[in-house]
Design a protein around this ligand. Structure first.
Ligand code: MN
Length: 268
C-alpha cells in the first residue's frame, strides 16, 4: 500500500462516515518534498482514484495541471502546511454536526474517550474578521492564511457557517480526528438537550485530555481503527474497479478468460 493509495482510500473513508459528501477534501504533504502536497483534482470524494491526485506547491499552484480543474479552496491546505511544519495531512469538510457549534456561542468541549483531542481546543474561524461580508469560501491565499492563523496549534478549527478544518501528523490521524469531531459534536448537542438549561455536564478535565491523548498515541490505539476503515474502503474501491472493468467489452473478455481457464491465459 503506497502513501498515495492511502490518500485515495481516505476520501472514501471520510465519505463513508458522512464527514464529506459531494464536497470536502483531504490532502497529504509530500514525503519527499515538504514544500509540496498532494490532493485530488476537483471531484466528489467517493469518485477519487489515484489518477485524480495532483501535486501542488505551498502557494497552491499545480506542478503539472494537465488541464484538470482544481478545488477552489485548496489554499486551506497550502497555507496550513506553511504555518504548521509538523502537519502532514489536512481535511476540509462540511461535517453536519459541527455546523451548529460554528454559529452558536457554544464551544465544542471534550466529553468522551475517542474524541479527547477536542480538549486541545477547537477555535472558530469567523470569515467576516478577514474580509467584508460576502462569499464564505476560502478562495484566496489571504483567507487560507487567516484560517491557518485562527487554527494556530490546535487539532481542528470550525469555520462559521461553512464547516471545519482538521489536521494531523499523518493521513490516518487527520481522518480519524475528522470522524470523531463529527461524532463529538453530535453527542455534545444531544447531551446539551438531555441536560437542559440548568443541567450540569461532566466534560473531560485537562488532566483527562492530556493523559488520554498521550496513552492513545503511545499505545498506537488508532492502528486498529485505521486497519478496519482502510480494509473496508479498499474492498469497496476494488468492487468499483471490477464493475467498471466488466462494463466494457474488453473487461468482460478478460473476466471470461479467468473463468474458463483460471490462469488468465485466455486458452480456456
Ligand atoms: Mn468548503
Amino acid at each position: 500500500m503506497t502513501a498515495l493509495q492511502d490518500l485515495v482510500l481516505s476520501y472514501r473513508i471520510l465519505a463513508a462516515h458522512g464527514v464529506v459528501d459531494a464536497y470536502g477534501h483531504i490532502s497529504m504533504r509530500s514525503g519527499t518534498d515538504p514544500e509540496r502536497y498532494f490532493i485530488s483534482r476537483s471531484l466528489a470524494p467517493e469518485l477519487v482514484t489515484e489518477a485524480d491526485i495532483m501535486e501542488f506547491d505551498l502557494d497552491s499552484r499545480p506542478i503539472d495541471q494537465q488541464g484538470r480543474s482544481m478545488y477552489l479552496e485548496r489554499y486551506i491546505h497550502g497555507e496550513i502546511y506553511k504555518a504548521r511544519p509538523e502537519v502532514m495531512a489536512v481535511v476540509h469538510n462540511h461535517s453536519p454536526s459541527v455546523i451548529p457549534f460554528g454559529v452558536a456561542d457554544v464551544p465544542m468541549r471534550p466529553l468522551f474517550n475517542t474524541a479527547a483531542f477536542v480538549g486541545k481546543g477547537v477555535p472558530v474561524f469567523e470569515v467576516r474578521d478577514f474580509q467584508p461580508s460576502g462569499d464564505v469560501i476560502i478562495k484566496t491565499p489571504h483567507l487560507g492564511a487567516s484560517l491557518a492563523e485562527v487554527l494556530g496549534g490546535h487539532p481542528a478549527a470550525l469555520m462559521r457557517g461553512h464547516g471545519a478544518v482538521v489536521v494531523g501528523t499523518s493521513v490516518p490521524e487527520a481522518v480519524i480526528r475528522s470522524v470523531y469531531l463529527e461524532l463529538s459534536a453530535k453527542l455534545q448537542a444531544q447531551t446539551l438537550t438531555l441536560a437542559g438549561a440548568d443541567g450540569t455536564i461532566a466534560y473531560f478535565d485537562d488532566a483527562e485530555v492530556t493523559e488520554t491523548c498521550a496513552r492513545q498515541d503511545s499505545a498506537r490505539t488508532w492502528e486498529r481503527t485505521w486497519l478496519l476503515w482502510r480494509t473496508k474502503a479498499l474492498a469497496e474501491l476494488e468492487n468499483t474497479s471490477r464493475r467498471e472493468a466488466t462494463s466494457s467489452g474488453a473487461g468482460i473478455k478478460r473476466l471470461w478468460r479467468r473463468y474458463v481457464c483460471g490462469c488468465g491465459c485466455g486458452r480456456g
